[in-house]
Design a protein around this ligand. Structure first.
Ligand code: BGC
Length: 499
């Protein structure tokens, strides 16, 4: 390998010997690096790129609201505003045992949820990490894996000492949490519009995933009835309301991002032909990650965002999600770092190949960098040396932390625009409301919740303090079970049994 511009690499001597050259020194202060002044100049440039003014937030919120309305009015819109056939809120008295299977962005979970009523429940679960290969393999194989995992769970929890007691001939109701955009004609049906979060399993988009999953359940002869196909946001909405009845909106800020809320059926013109009583309420899965996809008219995309989009397996899609969610924030920061390495600003004289590998910087590390509590920023020293074999000066570490802060803050403020659009549309500003939020960013990224609130205040002024976000209940497990219970009760009562 030739010497890099920064002086590291290997050389072959005339005598044929290989030499590894590292120009770095051990002393923090004497590491070659750009001056503080140069770093400050670059930081100012990045601040301009990543900072959203209150006025910009208001413009985005306005466009967002129009987009939400359009999705309710017409079918096949970019933000599809999916009617979920979850009618109204739970009573809080739903009871019984329900199985839930949750195919999220990173893991597969199988849960047995014991609903006890009065907002109480118990959950027993098993979790399996999904491999990158599984995400790209045949869709039917993915559903077979889900069914097989469910079988293992049922087998290992049944029997004399087990928590599952299924009588011969009895079937347990099953909620399937499938957190990708699906067009639904009824609660146990859903045609996958598009994969998101890096999935690409062939022969699944355009297919009814409930039917595909049923085929896998039949193959393993499982004692279950697939009662409801739900999105994680819808589950979160219902589970949060079960515990906090003032919840009106639910959001996921994790590997992907999205929101659901409860809408009046009369305000969803595109389902008028179904003849549902207009006075009823129905949960809407917004699929807001798609906001501003394709046209790119409203969101402030930087050159780093454009690189991420173009090198993703779904260019032009999920434009909003790509600026916000955990799948992408680490990569945004890595691209900024790589540019600064190329410009000779960071890590002078060091071998930087490890950080130059795409997706090498996990969003969890960005959040750790931002939350480093030490004056010397020891956490950042650890991260940079352990994962990337890089030594850092204090000035470089402060600079890295400032970049992490800019990226995290932009994500939270954009999220506020989505919440602000629903709040404005539903008139919750005056009445106030609680927003149940879940996902790794919301739960672990330092200051994420506070920055959402700060963004809402920038959009609506002090009135926005009526809007609270809170850490939601487990929507994909508990929410799925409650929805299965609500659906069973609705159908047993003969209400819209075909939906
Ligand atoms: C999916 C949504 C999901 C969100 C959060 C997005 O990529 O399209 O269906 O709710 O991720 O998991």
């Amino acid at each position: 390998m030739p010497l890099s511009r920064r002086g590291s690499g290997t050389l072959t001597t005339p005598g044929g010997q290989h030499l590894a050259i590292h120009t770095r020194t051990q002393d923090d202060e004497t590491l070659p690096h750009a001056t503080k002044r140069t770093m400050a100049d670059h930081l100012r440039r990045l601040e301009t790129l990543f900072t959203l003014t209150p006025q910009r937030l208001r413009m985005i919120t306005h466009a967002f609201r129009e987009t939400l309305d359009l999705g309710l009015e017409k079918k096949e819109q970019v933000v599809p505003m999916i009617p979920t056939f979850v009618f109204g809120w739970p009573t809080g008295q739903e009871k019984g045992d329900y199985l839930a299977i949750d195919l999220g962005g990173t893991n597969l979970r199988v849960c047995l949820v014991h609903l006890q009523g009065q907002g109480k429940f118990e959950v027993t679960q098993s979790k399996y990490r999904l491999t990158e290969e599984q995400k790209q393999d045949e869709g039917q194989k993915l559903f077979d894996f889900c069914a097989e995992s469910l079988k293992t769970f049922i087998d290992s929890n049944s029997g004399e000492d087990g928590i599952l007691n299924i009588e011969p001939g009895q079937n347990l109701p099953l909620g399937f949490t499938f957190s990708y955009p699906c067009r639904q004609d009824s609660i146990d049906h859903g045609v996958l519009i598009r994969w998101t979060k890096g999935f690409g399993a062939p022969n699944t988009e355009g297919h009814n995933v409930a039917e595909m999953f049923q085929k896998s359940l039949d193959k393993f002869e499982l004692p279950v009835t697939l009662t409801a196909l739900i999105n994680d946001t819808t589950g979160t909405l219902i589970a949060s309301h079960y515990v906090h009845p003032d919840t009106r909106i639910a959001c996921i800020f994790g590997t992907g991002c999205n929101a659901a809320y409860m809408e009046h059926v009369k305000d969803v013109p595109k389902i008028k032909d179904l003849g549902i009583d207009g006075d009823l309420d129905m949960a809407i899965n917004c699929e807001w990650g798609a906001f501003d996809s394709f046209e790119h008219e409203h969101l402030p995309r930087t050159k780093y965002d454009i690189i991420i989009d173009e090198s993703s397996n779904k260019p032009a899609e999920q434009a909003f999600e790509k600026l916000i969610s955990g799948r992408y924030l680490g990569e945004i920061m890595r691209l900024v770092i790589c540019e600064l390495i190329d410009d000779g600003i960071l890590f002078l004289g060091q071998n930087t190949y490890k950080v130059e590998v795409p997706n090498a910087l996990d969003t969890a590390l960005v959040s750790l960098m931002e939350s480093d509590p030490t004056d010397e920023l020891l956490m950042i020293i650890g991260i940079m040396s352990h994962f990337f074999a890089l030594e850092t000066t204090l000035a470089e570490r402060q600079f890295l932390r400032a970049i992490a802060r800019l990226i995290g803050r932009r994500a939270a403020r954009l999220s506020a625009c989505g919440i602000g659009a629903i709040v404005g549309k539903m008139g919750y500003l005056e009445s106030g409301c609680n927003v149940g939020c879940d996902g790794s960013l919301y739960n672990k990224y330092p200051g994420f919740a506070g920055r959402i609130q700060e963004g809402l205040v920038d959009i609506y002024g002090e009135k926005a303090r009526n809007i609270y976000t809170h850490h939601a209940e487990d929507g994909s497990g508990v929410g799925s079970a409650i929805i299965a219970a609500m659906t069973k009760a609705r159908k047993d009562a003969g209400v819209y049994v075909h939906l």
